[in-house]
Design a protein around this ligand. Sequence first.
Ligand code: FES
Length: 102
Amino acid sequence: MRAYRKIFSLEKLPEGSKVQVEVDGMEIGLFRVNGTVYAIDNICSHARAPLSDGELDGYEIACPLHGARFDIRTGEAKTAPAYEPVACYDVKVEGDDIYIAL
Ligand code: FES
């Protein structure tokens, strides 16, 4: 069974926003789209740029360095030059608390 860890506050993640959160040395990107919170590894699989610094367009985040796009719902790499996905984490929200499964 995976353990959920509280990592952020829903109030600090308004609709359409994104943020990087560090958990146990891992950099996690959090995104809130259409009322749902998504969590993926924040480090691009191409050359390690921080994805949450990129532009969020619907359910896709564009890497700020070379523009590869990732689906924040799955971590899937949607466009070159990234071909490998990034990890995706289950999220639950209880009250104002955001948890991810690690
Ligand atoms: S570092 Fe992300 S596309 Fe190159």
